[in-house]
Design a protein around this ligand. Structure first.
Ligand SMILES: O=P(O)(O)OC[C@H]1O[C@H](OP(=O)(O)OP(=O)(O)O)[C@H](O)[C@@H]1O
Ligand SMILES: Nc1ncnc2[nH]cnc12
Length: 327
C-alpha cells in the first residue's frame, strides 16, 4: 500500500470513521459460505497489522480506510498476505494505547496515483518475497522427516507439516497467491495427501474436487491404471459432472515423484475437456523427471515448491521400527 501521511489519522475516536454495520448472524465480512469471498479468516473481530504503519486493524476498519483507493480483490490479497495477524488481547487485558480506534479516511485516488511505487522499490519488494518463499520452503522441509518405508530409502512424511498449522497455512497462502493470478475455476486434489490442501480452494473461493482411488465414489470416470514410484499399479477417478468443459483446473498434490499420479489426473481432465493450467506439488523429486512427463501429457505448467535437496531431516528410528507398508 502507498505510504500515507500519519498526521491524517485522528486520535479522537469520535471523529474516526465508523465501521459499517455488522451483518446479521455470525458477523461482518467473514461469515461462512459465500463463494468468492477470500481471506482465510472467518473472524470479524480478528485484527491484523498493516505493515504501512504497524497498527492492528479489523477487516472492516482496513477496508473502510482504503475504500475507493484499492479494488476489493487487491485489498483482500493485502489482508491475506501482507498484514500479519495481531496478538489477541486476553480477556481483561486492555488494548495498547498506541492502537488507533479507526483509520482516518484514505487519500483520494488521484493523489495516490501520483505516489505510485517507483520501479526500483517494486524490484526490492519482489526480491524480498523470493527470500520469504525460500525461507518458508526451508522451514517446511525441516518438519518433513524421511525414513525407509515401502522399500524406499527416503519416504518423505508430510504429516510433520500438519503439526505446524502456521506453516501449513503459509504454504496454502503461497499456493493461493499463485493460482489467483491464473484465474483457476477449480482445484483438484489427489487422494489422500492432496486433500490436505483444501484451504487453498477456500482461500480462492473456488470448488475443491476430490480425485479418488478407484472404488471409493459412485458414478465416476476412471483414469485407467497407472504406476507410481512405489506400490505398483493404481487408478484414480473423478465424479461425473464435477469438472466441466473449459474449466481451468490446478491439479494439486503433496509430492511429485515419477509423475504417474499427476499424468493420470491430466488424462481425467482431458476426458472432461478441461484445461490443466498447472500441476502443483509441495515437494518435487526432480531426479525422477515427473515434470517432463506431465508437460508431455498436456499440463500447461508444473510447479514444485520444495526441492529434494532441502529435505535433510532424517527421522530417528526406534530399535523396534517396523515398515508397515503392505508391499
Ligand atoms: O509421482 P508418483 O510416482 O505418482 O508418486 C506421487 C504420489 O504418491 C503418493 O501418493 P499415494 O498414491 O502413495 O497415496 P496416499 O497419498 O494415499 O499415500 C503421493 O502423495 C503422490 O500422490
Ligand atoms: N519418496 C516418497 N516419499 C513420500 N511419498 C511418496 N510418493 C511417491 N514417492 C514418495
Amino acid at each position: 500500500m502507498a505510504p500515507r501521511d500519519r498526521e491524517r489519522r485522528s486520535g479522537n475516536p469520535k471523529s474516526s470513521v465508523k465501521q459499517p454495520p455488522k451483518k446479521s448472524g455470525a458477523g461482518g465480512k467473514y461469515t461462512f459460505g459465500k463463494v468468492g469471498e477470500e481471506g482465510g479468516s472467518y473472524d470479524y473481530e480478528e485484527r491484523r497489522i498493516d505493515p504501512e504503519d504497524g497498527f492492528a486493524y479489523t477487516w472492516d476498519e482496513l477496508s473502510e480506510y482504503y475504500k475507493g483507493k484499492y479494488k476489493k480483490k487487491e485489498l483482500e490479497a493485502y489482508w491475506e498476505y501482507d498484514c500479519k495477524p495481531a496478538r489477541r488481547a486476553k480477556s481483561g487485558e486492555k488494548q495498547s494505547k498506541a492502537q488507533p480506534k479507526a483509520k482516518a479516511k484514505a487519500e483520494p485516488k488521484a493523489k495516490v496515483k501520483a505516489k505510485a511505487e517507483p520501479k526500483a522499490k517494486a524490484k526490492v519488494k519482489a526480491a524480498a518475497k523470493k527470500v520469504d518463499d525460500d525461507t518458508l520452503a526451508k522451514s517446511i522441509a525441516e518438519v518433513i522427516p524421511y525414513f525407509p518405508f515401502k522399500k524406499l530409502d527416503k519416504f518423505y512424511d508430510i504429516q510433520g507439516l500438519l503439526h505446524h498449522p502456521k506453516l501449513l497455512n503459509a504454504m496454502c497462502a503461497v499456493m493461493a497467491r499463485r493460482f489467483r493470478k491464473m484465474k483457476v475455476s477449480k482445484i483438484c486434489g489427489f487422494e489422500a495427501r492432496g486433500f490436505l490442501f483444501t484451504p487453498v480452494a477456500i482461500k480462492l473461493g473456488v470448488p475443491f474436487v476430490m480425485l479418488r482411488k478407484a472404488g471409493k465414489m459412485p458414478n465416476t470416470i476412471s483414469s485407467g491404471p497407472y504406476t507410481k514410484e512405489y506400490e505398483g499399479v493404481d487408478e484414480i477417478c473423478v465424479q461425473k459432472g464435477a469438472i466441466l468443459k473449459d474449466d481451468k483446473v490446478v491439479l494439486i498434490d503433496d509430492l511429485v515423484a515419477t509423475g504417474g499420479t499427476l499424468c493420470a489426473g491430466i488424462k481425467l481432465m482431458q476426458a472432461c475437456e478441461a484445461a490443466v493450467v498447472e500441476c502443483a506439488c509441495m515437494v518435487e523429486l526432480k531426479a525422477l523427471n515427473g515434470r517432463e512427463k506431465c508437460l508431455k501429457a498436456g499440463a500447461e505448467s508444473v510447479w514444485g515448491f520444495i526441492s529434494e535437496d532441502l529435505l535433510t531431516t532424517k527421522a530417528e528410528l526406534p530399535d523396534d521400527y517396523k515398515d508397515d507398508g503392505k508391499k
